[in-house]
Design a protein around this ligand. Structure first.
Ligand code: URP
Ligand code: ZN
Ligand code: ZN
Length: 475
């Protein structure tokens, strides 16, 4: 049975118009005014509401084994929370241990992800390098449609790589035509700071932030950009123009120092893509001063930044310098997971939840507050992630032939985010008390109404694995 979304104001990354959107067999098959649809078609009256492509969260960690525990949302609960919040596709990370085969890790993650309700793809983290890793990068690129590789410049001693390994990953990705994405923090300096701070008796969550200052993120952001350039020069055998360097994608960028490194490189002609997250746009580092270990809920890497960085990032979003907004969804319960670091901030599992809230937060504090346009909202939350990660136009667009992944958003009314009502499988919300303007009324995934007026109708395992194509070169 088809479904028609009638009379909504369709918003795309470039447009806004009133239309009906008719979906059949999982695809958008017609867009226009007063469409005639077969009898039996399910009708959603979207009059007075906005209709946009389903959100794509390009950065999640469902059931991630990390820091001695496992992130609290699995692929079922996490993608279901996403659907309730208007996110219909996720890109999660396969993260092998050092010395583990990429293919073994892939099998583990692919198996876990079978319970997804939303469509999903993977980035492959490269946590060490060898001839075997090189072969396996090629294998997952060609056979599994994994066109993006992630390196961690942080987490030294665990999954973080050194600069030699980083260059090897850049070179291998170049040969494949793949995109390298990077978590940018100076890993060795962070460890040095952590050690000194702890030795001085500083154990509370706020020292997590103190041990990971913005300048160390800025340094690493600049470094990966320069290493991409150096790798290109080495391949060319001479100093080439910066535009010849492969683009790098900076994940969860948080601060002015990193943004300035990006601006400098772009000014010289180098291509850099940037992702940020709602927490870095909306929270300030005073969250770490909360009493009774409550600051632990905000322990993530990079950390929440001091006042000033947030508006700098909003400006970067508004001027088009940030391409995507993802969540880095990676929740850990306060009660039995974060507590592991009660007497040592270094042991607090890093991460927090956000997938259910991303679209509504970006609508409320981006569009409704006049910082970005509705088109920019669609672009950074859906269209750009699809383009950058090889899913466009199947995902991220409302066009005939695209997957019928659609959100209907009623801009009226308000609500308040709380851990007591959210669908994340975790006991804290880093957005507790944030007021939201409007709400997702309907989420259509693969042409089926999976969320309607507060009620989830998801089907465990209905999500499909997405093989992706390398498209970033065309951007
Ligand atoms: O604190 C975070 N961000 N946890 C998840 C792993 C990562 O660095 O993305
Ligand atoms: Zn990271
Ligand atoms: Zn992450």
């Amino acid at each position: 049975m088809g479904i028609v979304i009638k009379n909504g104001t369709v918003i795309t990354a470039v447009d806004q118009f009133v239309a009906d959107v008719f979906c059949d067999d999982g695809k958008i098959v017609a867009i226009g005014r007063d469409l005639e649809v077969p009898s039996g078609t399910e009708v959603v009256d979207a009059s007075g509401q906005y209709v946009f492509p389903g959100g794509i969260d390009a950065h999640t960690h469902m059931e991630l084994p990390f820091m001695g525990t496992v992130s609290a949302d699995d692929f079922f609960t996490g993608t279901a929370a996403g659907v309730a919040g208007g996110t219909t596709t996720i890109l999660d990370f396969i993260i092998p241990n050092r010395n583990q085969s990429l293919l073994d890790a892939r099998d583990f993650w692919m198996n876990n992800a079978k319970k997804s309700v939303a469509d999903y793809g993977f980035h492959m983290a490269v946590t060490w390098f060898s001839e075997q890793v090189k072969r396996e990068m090629s294998h997952v690129f060609h056979e599994d449609g994994i066109q993006s590789f992630k390196i961690f410049m942080a987490y030294r001693g665990a999954i973080g790589v050194d600069d030699v390994e980083l260059i090897q990953v850049l070179d291998t990705a170049h040969d494949l035509g793949a995109l390298v994405t990077s978590h940018c923090e100076h890993g060795d300096a962070v460890v040095a700071l952590q050690t000194r701070l702890f030795e001085r008796g500083h154990t509370e969550p706020k020292w997590h932030a103190a041990s990971r200052p913005a300048y160390l993120e800025g340094e690493a952001t600049n470094r990966v950009i320069q290493l991409a350039r150096a790798a290109s020069d080495a391949r060319n055998g001479h100093m080439a123009h910066p535009h010849e360097a492969d683009p790098v994608y900076i994940v969860h960028l948080t601060c002015k120092e990193s943004m300035d490194a990006v601006y400098r490189a772009r000014h010289e002609g180098q291509r850099v893509l940037v992702e940020t997250c709602p927490q870095y746009l909306l929270l300030e580092d005073s969250v770490y001063d909360k009493p009774d270990f409550e600051g632990a809920a905000y322990v993530m890497s990079p950390p929440i930044r001091p006042t000033g960085h947030q508006e700098y990032l909003w400006s970067a979003l508004a001027n088009g310098a940030i391409q995507t907004v993802a969540t880095d969804h990676c929740p850990f319960r306060q009660s039995d997971q974060k507590i592991a670091g009660k007497s040592d901030f270094r042991k607090i599992p890093n991460g927090a939840a956000g997938i259910e809230n991303r679209m509504a937060l970006m609508w409320t504090y981006g569009v409704a507050s006049g910082r970005i346009t509705p088109q920019q909202f669609v672009d950074v939350c859906s269209t750009q992630p699809a383009k950058i990660f090889g899913l466009y136009p199947r995902k991220g667009s409302i066009t005939v032939g695209a997957d019928a992944d659609i959100v209907v958003y009623d801009p009226t009314g308000t609500s308040t985010i709380s851990a007591s009502t959210h669908r994340h499988n975790v006991d804290r919300s880093i957005f507790e008390g944030f007021e939201i303007k409007g709400r997702v009324t309907h989420t259509v995934v693969q042409g089926r109404l999976q969320f309607k007026d507060g009620e989830l109708r998801v089907e465990r395992g209905a999500g499909r694995y997405l093989k992706r194509s390398p498209q970033v070169r065309a951007l």
